[in-house]
Write a protein of this length. Structure first.
Length: 722
């Protein structure tokens, strides 16, 4: 007789065999990930406690204050006559039934790109159509309720721009006397509101063109530009106007109320920019409105966001949780301008809020941000766009590449007019129309200074920042097959200017030059040499792959051979990368001697590590604020403990309620170049490539539990788990 114990063992053995067989037969389930929600359980105090919501080319700030829902609206490209990037107004929604604070939730559904405010009885959903510039507010309630919608505008009157306030526009330090932000036009009907800003006939473009002694430019994005939109809803009526003040700024409100208590209410705001007449603008606006299909559009937008998150991910637990989480939230913010005409701004993106909550001395309107609205500082902008290669978000690069393509004729005209040189000449602090920013060009220039040189101690001869975007385009083609055919003339003309301007006999000598904004009047700056060499090498590879002519390839090869070597120096017995062969003075704290490490990846590891650890300037100016890149350099040099320390500081939650609202740092809040540099550093900790070989976790401590999916060269998608 078989004992009970033997029967038990036999049964266990059979169960084990069945389980093993089942494991062999069933496919291993792939890791599936979507970002977790950001959830708040209490209202906010003011707009500094807002949550970003967006899509396509629209950014919203959402918060609940004193029982009401508040929303700032922003649209890319809404530049006024002074080149301020205007907000499109503020909404305040009051419900007849107050929120139950015990069950209150405000939630950003990151996976699907929308936000909601809810309690046990009602749910308010705010979302933006990814494919059309339309904002949707949907109210659902168990009980029939009424809603009041207020559109608030501080531009109901002309506003004189104060001296410090001028940082929001392209006059920067010295605004002309009597300079105004002109008032908007607002029309109310019984059931809708039309609002728009029409640029004045004279803009900062004409002032800058005259100042810089250059005429006949073909591209002027400010002329006759109209930006605005229409707010509308079913079953509402106009109640009238009232005046008020928020965060120290006066405003006028247009109030609408629902005519019937219902369980569902729906509000839409369509935003639109166009150069032309008000009639043409209105026709374009109406064409968008006629295409709105809310249920279909919501499904399509959610699908887009879910496909966005499937491209790549970084997920962390334990020590790595916060950095991975904030990486994801910042990537969400970048995705909100995926289909914009203009690049995302480094100094706040589309999510700025009342400036008094950034700095109590900045008692200006919600249109304010430091360092301008239509000015694009490439040294900062680049940090937003480098991480899009490894995240696989190549389409997000297009607005930044289009920025340069549009202003290429202006850059070519400047090179020929000022220097009688071939090619295209791009400066730092460049306007959306392609000229240097008005004030930093120099208002009291010496007569002896060539009109092509900025009279600015930081910006003179800072011409190489464009190279990073050239390389991004070439790498986007190499990484993800992005069609860059129309950007090749821009890249070639950029290199041609450096060749023509700096050729001395058979050699190229980069003097006078600049190593970032830091080492001035340089000879053969290491960052410029490395940038020219890398871009030329990548362009040559592209030309070979596309079977360009032999003469084109030979010309690029000749250019590469004529470039100087990256300079070295020895300090205390350590050989390291020099900022340049020589320089006159030091003006800033950037670290151009480490640019051969990143972004250019042309370095010897020992020499580069000597630079990181033993260069006195590098040691003195390591940091994690704003555009500082110590975390990136440490990761690229495969220093796990250093990389972890600086990345943890860089990607820790910011000072505002939303974790990825950093700043102001050197710029403004939310600080986008802070977030972008954080993304780059974390990516480099997890994935690098050397001579075609994939290296996983090259700078990640073993106690960081992290999983990733990222993109690499030649279309490779790489996964890793530690």
């Amino acid at each position: 007789m078989i004992s009970k114990l033997m029967m038990s063992k036999l049964a266990h053995s059979r169960l084990l065999c069945f389980s093993v067989l089942l494991f062999i037969l069933l496919p291993v389930q792939a890791f599936r990930w979507y970002p977790e929600d950001e959830v708040w359980t209490s209202p906010s105090l003011n707009s500094a406690g807002s949550m970003p919501v967006g899509g396509g080319s629209i950014g919203l700030n959402l918060w609940v204050e004193n029982g009401d829902i508040w929303i700032y609206m922003a649209k890319d490209g809404a530049f006024d006559e002074n080149n301020t990037l205007l907000k499109q107004g503020r909404l305040r929604i009051h419900l007849s039934e107050p929120f139950d604070l015990a069950s209150f939730r405000q939630r950003l559904v990151v996976r699907d790109g929308y936000a909601e405010v809810l309690d046990r009885d009602k749910r308010i959903r705010l979302w933006v159509d990814v494919f059309r510039p339309v904002i949707h507010l949907d109210i659902y309630s168990r009980h029939k309720i009424n809603a009041t919608y207020d559109y608030q505008s501080w531009r109901y009157r002309d506003r004189t721009i104060a001296r410090k306030e001028s940082f929001q526009c392209s006059y920067k330090f010295r605004v002309p006397k009597g300079c105004l932000t002109h008032r908007d036009t607002v029309f109310s009907t019984p059931s809708s509101l039309l609002f728009f800003h029409r640029n004045a006939d004279s803009t900062v473009f004409e002032a800058t063109e005259a100042q810089q002694k250059i005429r006949g430019l073909s591209y002027n994005p400010l002329s006759r530009l109209i930006s605005g939109g229409m707010m509308e809803a079913d079953s509402i009526r106009f109640l009238g106007n009232y005046d008020g003040s928020y965060a120290g700024t006066d405003y006028r409100a247009w109030r609408f109320a629902t005519t019937t208590a219902l369980r569902e209410h729906h509000l839409t705001v369509t935003l639109f920019n166009r150069q032309g007449t008000p009639e043409e603008w209105r026709q374009g606006l109406d064409a968008i409105r006629q295409q709105i299909r809310p249920k279909h559009d919501f499904r399509q937008s959610c699908r887009w966001w879910r496909s966005y998150w499937r491209r790549s991910y970084i997920v962390g637990t334990g020590k790595a949780r916060e950095v991975a989480r904030n990486y994801t939230l910042f990537r969400y913010m970048m995705g909100c301008n995926a289909k914009g005409e203009w690049p995302t701004k480094f100094n706040g993106g589309l999510f700025t809020f009342d400036p008094v909550y950034v700095d109590s001395t900045y008692t200006f309107t919600p249109d304010f941000r430091r360092w301008g609205g239509g000015t694009f500082t490439a040294q900062n902008q680049r940090l937003l766009y480098w991480p899009l290669l490894k995240s696989g978000d190549y389409d997000l690069l297009i607005p930044q590449l289009e920025f340069y393509r549009r202003i290429l004729p202006t850059a070519e005209k400047r090179a020929s007019t000022y220097f009688h040189k071939k090619g295209a000449y791009f400066t730092e602090q460049i306007e959306n129309f392609g000229l240097p920013e008005h004030d930093e060009y120099g208002l009291h220039r010496p007569d002896s200074l060539n009109a092509g040189i900025q009279d600015n101690a930081w910006l003179a001869y800072t011409w190489d920042t464009v190279l990073e975007f050239c390389e991004m385009a070439l790498e986007a083609h190499q990484y993800g097959g992005l069609d860059i055919t129309k950007y090749i003339p821009w890249i070639r003309q950029t290199l041609l200017f450096f060749q023509d301007y700096y050729t001395q006999g058979d050699s190229i000598v980069l003097y006078p030059g600049s190593a970032c904004e830091t080492y001035k009047l340089t000879r053969n700056a290491s960052n410029t040499i490395a940038g020219l060499r890398r871009v030329a090498m990548s362009l040559k590879d592209y030309c070979l792959s596309t079977k360009a002519s032999l003469s084109t390839i030979d010309s690029i090869s000749s250019f590469i051979r004529r470039l100087p070597r990256i300079p070295l120096r020895t300090i205390n017995g350590y050989t390291m990368i020099a900022p340049a062969e020589q320089w006159k003075e030091i003006k800033n704290t950037e670290l151009p001697q480490l640019y051969p490490v990143f972004p250019w990846r042309l370095f010897d590891m020992t020499i580069a590590r000597n630079t990181y650890f033993h260069d006195p300037h590098v040691i003195a100016h390591q940091g994690y604020t704003g555009w500082e890149q110590t975390n990136i350099f440490a990761a690229c040099l495969r220093l796990p403990e250093e990389a972890a320390r600086w990345t943890s500081l860089k990607l820790k939650s910011g000072p505002y309620r939303f974790p990825a609202f950093w700043g102001p740092g050197y710029d403004w809040s939310p600080d986008f170049n802070h977030g972008g540099s954080g993304m780059i550093g974390l990516q480099e900790m997890l994935l690098q490539e050397e001579n075609g070989k994939i290296i996983r976790f090259p700078a990640c401590p073993k106690d960081w539990h992290i999983r990733f999916k990222l993109h690499s060269g030649n279309g490779k998608i790489v996964k890793g788990k530690q």
